[in-house]
Design a protein around this ligand. Structure first.
Ligand SMILES: [Zn+2]
Length: 79
């Protein structure tokens, strides 16, 4: 997996929705890439704030809004 793959997969990774094999590739990449490690930590932090604010289970619609917001943030971060 390369950096682009990490960026694309990060929201699934945080949600625990990556397949085991992909998750392993993801983590192997993180071990060797400081930038992606920081990126994943920042994204996790953002997600945590969102979840704490919204509490409990998110309806599907809110989840897709979250993912959309994350994708926007990720695109901004890549500039
Ligand atoms: Zn990377």
């Amino acid at each position: 997996m390369n950096c682009d793959g990490v960026i694309r997969a990060v929201s699934s990774y945080i949600d625990g929705e990556l397949g085991l094999a992909i998750q392993e590739e993801f983590e192997v990449h993180l071990k060797g890439c400081k930038e992606c490690t920081i990126f994943v930590q920042q994204t996790k932090f953002t997600v945590k704030i969102f979840y704490d604010a919204e509490l409990v289970d998110l309806p599907a619609e809110a989840r897709s809004r979250l993912h959309e917001a994350l994708r926007r943030k990720i695109r901004e971060a890549q500039r």
